[in-house]
Design a protein around this ligand. Structure first.
Ligand SMILES: Cc1ncc(COP(=O)(O)O)c(C=O)c1O
Length: 381
């Protein structure tokens, strides 16, 4: 555990608490809560004795059926023909199960850099090694670099699209090339698709498991945390080839036994509302994203921010040799704005900051970005 990084959001959270009035562009959360019908369903579930008992490890049949329909309609992933689905306490747990299911200690898993910090942490906790592979200047995977990084010890390549922390949406051709490489080299493709609904302009989300034949080696994780404002209810789900079921079920049984029953009842109601629930919020986020990008562009050439077509993040590159953690601390203490420094995402070569804009209203984000721009100018002058 000593080798595993400390959860950066908590580290930054402590600094924020010491500096009242700080605007946090730190944590990756949305500003809205669950659909009201989901809350009513949870209230109703409390009176049912079955809510208080252990239930099926893979999830309530009613939820599993609804997920199968959603996966078929929206993701072109067919459950039941060689592919299983399991409900987990969030996509993070799904990732942990996947790592346990496919590795032995000492194996390698390839992460595209920037990566999602909990992926690195999970791989290390399982006694495996992270092989970081740099992406291009728009944070898209580089197939040549991935190909070179594969060895006999490699078990999987992970993609996160739309991406945390860069906001990049990986092109369909790029995802297909990653998937083809996994097939050629006998690897699993772990696809984190928790931001599937969060795409802007012409960007389109595609599920890697839907490519012909890819369901046999693709493990995909989804979440209700962002789409349905469900983060505290801890509901995610994972699809995987059937041959992994025994291993996935062992991990689930040991860590969770079964997903929280009341939360699953809420999830069924949320899925009944469907993706239209978050559509207005995504449209709003697209506007906020435009404000964020145009204001940050004013920092050129001191800092640059590539276009980000998805999720609710941008990854700002600052031209300095100074420590990003020090600058992040200074931004909080002296300018009352919080962002997450790049090393948490494997960006240790250069100075990067993730700016998250999902948790706040447009005016507050604009104020926060204003502080960030002023702060960086001052700190770096
Ligand atoms: C890429 C990515 N995967 C997984 C998660 C965790 O989702 P969950 O709340 O479903 O565990 C997050 C949360 O920020 C994320 O950004």
């Amino acid at each position: 555990m000593d080798a595993v990084q400390a959860p950066i959001v908590q580290v930054i959270g402590d600094l924020i608490r010491q500096t009242p009035g700080t605007i946090s562009l730190g944590q990756g959360v949305v500003h809205y809560g669950p659909p009201p019908t989901a809350l009513e369903a949870v209230r109703g579930a409390l009176a049912d004795p079955a809510t208080h008992e252990y239930q099926d490890g893979s999830g309530l049949p009613g939820l599993v059926d609804r997920l199968a329909a959603k996966l078929r309609e929206e993701n072109a992933i067919e459950i039941g023909r060689g592919t299983s689905v399991m409900v987990t306490a969030g996509a993070n747990m799904a990732f942990m199960h996947a790592v346990f299911a496919i590795t032995e200690p000492g194996d390698d898993i390839i992460l595209n850099v920037p990566f999602y910090f909990n992926h690195e942490m999970a791989i290390q906790m399982a006694g495996c090694r992270v092989v970081p592979v740099v992406t291009d200047e728009r944070y898209q995977p580089r197939i040549d670099a991935l190909r070179t990084a594969v060895t006999d010890r490699t078990r999987a390549i992970v993609t996160v699209s739309p991406n945390n922390p860069s906001g990049a949406v990986f092109g369909e051709g790029t995802l297909r090339a990653v998937s083809d490489l996994c097939r050629e080299r006998g690897l699993y493709h772990i696809a984190d698709e928790v931001y599937e609904y969060f795409t802007f302009d012409a960007a389109r989300h595609v599920s890697a498991a839907a490519f012909p034949g890819a369901a046999d080696y693709t493990i995909t994780m989804f979440s209700l945390s962002k789409a349905y404002g469900f983060a505290g209810w801890r509901i995610g789900y994972v699809t995987y080839p059937d041959h992994l079921h025994a291993a996935m079920a062992k991990s689930q049984d040991t860590i969770l036994v079964c997903p929280t029953v009341a939360a699953q009842v809420g999830a069924i109601a949320a899925l009944e509302v469907g993706r239209s629930y978050c559509a207005p919020y995504v449209a709003e986020l697209a506007d906020v994203r435009n404000v964020v990008v145009s204001k940050l562009n004013a920092l050129k050439p001191l800092a640059t921010v590539p276009a980000a077509d998805g999720a609710f993040y941008v990854l700002l590159k600052v031209e300095t040799d100074r420590s990003p953690m020090r600058i992040a601390e200074q931004l909080i203490r002296e300018h009352r704005v919080a962002v997450i420094p790049g090393p948490a995402f494997g960006m240790s070569d250069g100075c990067y900051f993730r700016v998250a804009y999902g948790a706040l209203q447009k005016d507050t984000v604009a104020e926060g970005i204003g502080r960030l721009v002023t702060g960086l100018r001052k700190i770096l002058s």
